[in-house]
Design a protein around this ligand. Structure first.
Ligand code: ATP
Ligand code: MG
Length: 573
């Protein structure tokens, strides 16, 4: 394509409100323009990248035998009411009414629609397994759309769904996706991690996320530095605890006065005792399942130097959505203000204790009396509660698998694979006959990839002060051909000829035939991130052009006669 005829609106200045590099560069390089919060137009270069990514995904999905569908983006409310998600996801779903007053929504995912097709058509185990996928627009009214294409309200997802007769079948479908995802992200040139993921509100038994470590990421993952292979989303990650020497003494619990001491830091300074000996009380409320029942207050304990993980607490409570208790709820339940809460003498409240307290003794906690704490507390002896893994892994904690350090990093989730189980099939009445003619419920998997997230992650991982340098598979063109002076006949002719030859051999080439100074052309080419530049300049007289690699800055002369073969074999093979 000839640059002079294209619409590539590059910007000299950084846009004011772009928070992360990919956002800033996508705008500056003329890939995208914003229409509204979390809603963007993809211009020529952006769309080329999106299509290249989609093509890779499509090829790899087809390769595992997945069948491409294209489902509607508008769904009737009834379908989502059947699965129970109309209310559950109401906060993020675009819900609306048509002129006849019928309730509809914009699809944020497609388990319901896929299951609806399956229940209408699948009758026998002989028709299984099935893997159905689509590459389609999703709509989510995200609370905080931000960072350009990272968290959108309208985005493109590859979503697939597997239907199997039994667990072994699901394992096989899951493995196929796992492998396909590895190929997709490798082909897109991403440096990614596969982490164990929290199953969350969807239920289900096993799930992995594909993560790209980046400061721009909104997720947090724990990775073993020793490459024992342990990697997990922070919502799920577990760590070992370093052994702690308990405080000496064989005492009964003893109350002591702690005037105006509310935080662990204050208590540490006041009592001159390390936080690893303290039981930090965290009070949460699990809303009642039905309206007639009261919300349940629960009391959880983690060590003074640990943080509670809300996701783990929610899991420990059977997947309930929890919220922090309000000060007046704490006062009413325990008769003391937050900061003075402890386990001793508590009645009628569920107590959860982090695993790190197993076998510990002589601990310190609140006395359920303002300005007082208690020492010499020993679990099992002085109070009881249910042990759960409740603490969030912190950077440097020992790896649960090999004991070496865990690193906590920010990451971008680019894909997610998920064993759904039978939840949707059951709720929506998908049944087939098994080998013995008995009606059974198939088991499902659900698998997503964010197309824009791949582009964003590729730019976050590959950029410098001059612009972006995305991997070739993701870049809108493979080669930019840059004549330095079009008024020079020999330069123009050599460039025109190279352009024709590169195109003929299938190289994706952008021909910068603009009447601009070389400096302007080089700057723009660097900004939009074309992996290889062929500069046609004065050396054409010697039969030479210059090749320069965007990502490394490495430059070398090449003979004009060889350049097409060289480019094809070395750079665009
Ligand atoms: P997140 O935790 O980031 O909100 P999610 O768990 O809601 O993601 P899924 O429902 O599993 O995501 O969707 C599958 C994939 O779609 C994600 O792995 C991600 O790549 C992409 N995705 C999800 N939400 C968005 C969004 N708001 N904007 C862009 N891509 C998204
Ligand atoms: Mg989400």
């Amino acid at each position: 394509m000839r640059w002079s005829q294209l619409f590539i609106p590059t910007l000299r200045e950084d846009p004011a409100d772009a928070e992360v590099p990919s956002h800033r560069l996508l705008l500056r390089a003329g890939y995208i323009r914003q229409l509204a919060a979390g809603i963007y137009s993809y211009l020529y270069l952006g769309q080329r990248s999106v299509l290249k990514i989609s093509r890779i995904i499509r090829e790899e999905m087809d390769r595992i035998g997945a069948q491409e569908f294209f489902l509607p983006a508008i769904h009737p409310a009834e379908l989502w009411q059947e699965s129970g998600r109309w209310d559950q996801l109401a906060d993020t779903m675009f819900q609306f009414k048509d002129h006849g007053g019928r309730e509809l929504c914009l699809g944020m995912t497609h388990e319901e629609v896929m299951t609806d097709i399956a229940r209408g058509e699948l009758r026998s185990y002989r028709q299984l397994p099935q893997i159905w996928y689509q590459i389609q627009t999703k709509f989510r009214d995200e609370a905080r759309p931000k960072s350009g294409l990272m968290r959108l309200r309208q985005f493109i997802m590859k979503d697939s769904y597997s239907f199997d007769i039994d667990e072994a079948g699901l394992d096989a479908s899951y493995k196929k996706h796992y492998d396909a995802y590895c190929r997709i992200f490798s082909r897109c040139g991403l440096d990614y991690q596969i982490v164990e993921a929290h199953s969350g509100a969807m239920g289900g038994s096993q799930s992995h996320e594909f993560m790209v470590v980046s400061d721009a990421g909104e997720d947090h993952i724990a990775l073993c530095v020793k490459e024992c292979g342990y990697a997990a989303n922070l919502e799920k990650a577990r760590s070992a605890v370093k052994p702690v020497q308990d405080l000496d003494g064989d005492h009964a619990p003893e109350e002591f006065s702690t005037p105006n001491i509310r935080t662990i830091e204050e208590l540490v300074a006041f009592s001159k005792t390390g936080p690893e000996h303290m039981m930090k009380a965290v009070v949460y409320v699990a809303p009642a399942a039905d309206k007639d029942k009261k919300d349940e207050v629960v009391l959880a304990f983690v060590r003074g130097d640990h943080q509670l993980s809300e996701a783990k607490l929610a899991d420990a409570l059977g997947g309930a959505t929890v919220r922090s208790a309000r000060p007046e709820e704490i006062q009413q339940t325990f008769g003391a203000a937050p900061g003075s809460i402890g386990p001793l003498g508590v009645k009628g409240v569920r107590i959860l204790i982090d695993e790190a307290f197993r076998g510990r003794r002589n601990l310190i906690s609140g006395a359920n009396r303002d300005h007082h704490h208690i020492r010499y507390l020993t679990p099992e002896k002085d109070f009881t509660g249910a042990y759960h893994d409740l603490r969030e892994v912190a950077d440097g904690d020992p790896c649960v698998r090999c004991g070496r350090s865990l690193r906590v990093a920010s990451a971008i989730e680019v894909g997610h694979i998920f064993k759904l189980g039978r939840r949707y099939a059951q709720a929506m009445g998908l049944r087939v006959l098994d080998r013995d003619g008995k009606e059974v419920t198939p088991i499902m998997g659900s698998y997503g990839i964010g197309v824009e997230r791949i582009l964003t992650a590729a730019i976050e991982q590959n950029h410098d002060q001059n612009g972006m340098c995305p991997p070739r598979a993701v870049a809108p063109f493979e080669v930019v051909l840059t004549p330095t002076n079009l008024k020079d006949d020999s330069i123009r002719q050599a460039a025109e000829q190279l352009y024709a030859e590169l195109r003929q051999t299938g190289v994706e080439v952008l021909y910068d035939d603009r009447d601009e100074r070389p400096g302007v052309k080089f700057k723009d080419a660097d900004l939009i991130g074309i992996p290889l530049r062929i500069t046609v300049g004065r050396k054409v007289g010697d039969g030479l052009v210059e090749l320069s690699e965007r990502s490394t800055g490495v430059r070398a002369d090449a003979k004009i006669a060889d350049v097409v073969t060289l480019v094809r074999s070395r750079y665009c093979g």
